[in-house]
Design a binder for this molecule. Structure first.
Ligand SMILES: [Zn+2]
Length: 290
């Protein structure tokens, strides 16, 4: 069962917590997240970058997700992360994932709004939800994005644009960046409050990896209700694999399933940390199922 992203995030918004949205890289990370969510009784959003969707294939990702969730009590949504490409957006809408992020931040304002409206019409016609991003969040993630701020707007314009195009969730600039931080980011919790005062549409935080516990709590208290975690999953996954392979070389034992178990354990521990930190642990039973 594919849960509604909007429903999971609205429940978080109503109860003052945030739903973590993790970018999976394969079936090992996917199943680890579902297992951790079930153990923590947390809702979870399984996100897929365009790069991963291209490499695994939209059909296979959907089948893997359905199979991983089947027979569990987990409320999980399947979401396409940053996608500026309309052909791929449409492919994922046709495959009925829970939601898509149409990343129009490389377009000028009018074109971004017009194209997002077009995506929303196609998506809503088949029950798929849309996250909108028309300001660019700095940093490059799986080949999408830019290291400089190209488009920034007032909270009023952002909200007006989201209302005009009918998008369901809103991803504004909040001072965070994709990837690893070299210095401390200047976060903008005031901007979350301004946007939340103007609209009921949930606000999404990108570039979560590397923030402190206090910074996460500050942004959740300001009204963020979906938080994307991509870099930390990749780092956790690769470090666990690296450590395993060093030990494997020492022992001269080469058993792939043992490595998958090791990686899975590390990803589950990482996810459990975020469920606790974001307040989503114990919240799945309380929310309504899509
Ligand atoms: Zn992002």
């Amino acid at each position: 069962m594919r849960a509604s992203t909007l429903e999971l995030v609205r429940n978080a918004q109503d109860h003052g917590y945030a739903v973590p949205a993790f970018n999976i890289v394969d079936e090992v990370s996917l199943r680890a997240l579902i297992e951790a969510a079930e153990a923590a009784d947390s809702p979870v959003i399984i996100q897929v970058s365009l790069k991963t969707a291209r490499s695994i294939g939209v059909e296979l990702v959907g089948a893997m997700f359905d199979s991983a969730v089947r027979g569990t009590s987990v409320k999980a949504a399947l979401h396409l992360d940053h996608c500026p490409d309309l052909a791929w957006i449409n492919k994922v809408i046709d495959a009925r994932w829970s939601s898509v992020l149409f990343d129009a931040s490389d377009r000028d304002f009018d074109r971004a709004v017009a194209e997002t409206a077009q995506v929303v019409r196609a998506a809503h016609a088949v029950g798929v939800e849309v996250e909108t991003e028309i300001e660019n969040i700095v940093g490059v993630e799986d080949g999408v994005g830019s290291d400089v701020l190209v488009h920034s707007y007032s909270p009023e314009s952002l909200v007006q644009a989201a209302e005009d195009c009918g998008a369901d969730l809103l991803a504004p600039q909040l001072g965070t960046a994709h990837g690893e931080y070299s210095g401390r980011p200047s976060l903008l919790p005031g901007r979350v409050r301004e946007i939340r005062a103007l609209t009921d549409k949930p606000v999404v935080l990108h570039g979560g990896t590397g923030l402190t516990q206090a910074e996460f709590r500050l942004l959740i208290a300001a009204g963020v209700s979906k938080i994307n975690i991509s870099t930390d999953l990749k780092r956790t996954y690769m470090r666990a694999a690296h450590k395993f392979l060093i030990d494997a070389a020492e022992r001269d034992e080469w058993d792939p399933p043992s490595m998958f178990r090791s990686v899975s354990g590390a990803v589950r521990a990482m996810a459990t940390h975020y469920f606790d930190l974001f307040g989503s642990a114990g919240q799945a039973s309380g929310s309504t199922r899509a």
